[in-house]
Design a protein around this ligand. Sequence first.
Ligand SMILES: NC(=O)c1ccc[n+]([C@@H]2O[C@H](COP(=O)([O-])OP(=O)(O)OC[C@H]3O[C@@H](n4cnc5c(N)ncnc54)[C@H](OP(=O)(O)O)[C@@H]3O)[C@@H](O)[C@H]2O)c1
Length: 223
Amino acid sequence: MRSHQVRLNCGITMPLLGLALLPSKMIGRQQNLLPIWHSRNLGMEYLDMYLVHWPVKLKPWVHWSQQFLSTKIVRLLDFASVPPAVNQVEMHPMWRQAKLRGVCADHKIHVSAYSPLGGPGNSWGTTAVVESPIIKSIALKHQATPAQVALKWGLSKEASVIVKSFNQNRLKENMEALDIKLDHQDLVDIDKLEERKIMRGEVYVNETTSPYKTIEDLWDDEI
Ligand SMILES: NC(=O)c1ccc[n+]([C@@H]2O[C@H](COP(=O)([O-])OP(=O)(O)OC[C@H]3O[C@@H](n4cnc5c(N)ncnc54)[C@H](OP(=O)(O)O)[C@@H]3O)[C@@H](O)[C@H]2O)c1
């Protein structure tokens, strides 16, 4: 498999096309290229989803992302005749994405929350969410676990929550988050939590080669 290709679960290999793979004058037409490529080469009528990862250009090839914040979403919608259906971003009780959720709702873009627990077991993640005293006290009140509270909070904001676990008991626990009911006061208390973005993408920011000179540029001043 060449470096510009990806293998789908069904076994088919296809090229990775990112917006920044193309000269900027072609970007507006990029959305037409994928369907053309599919019909000729994949023998498929459509793909369920094409995830564009991180809105930055890397050498020798590109990575664009679903991490579009408000300004980038609006800019993308300016030229996209096929608007994005889903925006997958970091979202949990300590990185609530209130502004972005509003923009996405206005444009009927579904928000999907990655690291919905704050990635507590990951080297780059944090236990701050599942160990937050506020989250713990809400969990106690509902005879739930902190993880269930965090997941139900994400669902209450009409996001899908992409939680990851390799542990059977925790998989079950996470599914049972659907059964708990958070009340208005719980949501108010969660809204008062300190905001803390985990995945900041500092590697994509520099003064010379990156279009993003500061971390605020990369995240549209929403960090
Ligand atoms: N689009 C992007 O840029 C992007 C970025 C990051 C992540 N993601 C995706 O988002 C998904 C989840 O992200 P994530 O792994 O970063 O964060 P996460 O789901 O918030 O955290 C996963 C960690 O939490 C632990 N965990 C799971 N359930 C738990 C529970 N009930 N109580 C306590 N700990 C629990 C897991 O350990 P155990 O396995 O031991 O349970 C694992 O270490 C992944 O599929 C990932 O690919 C996407």
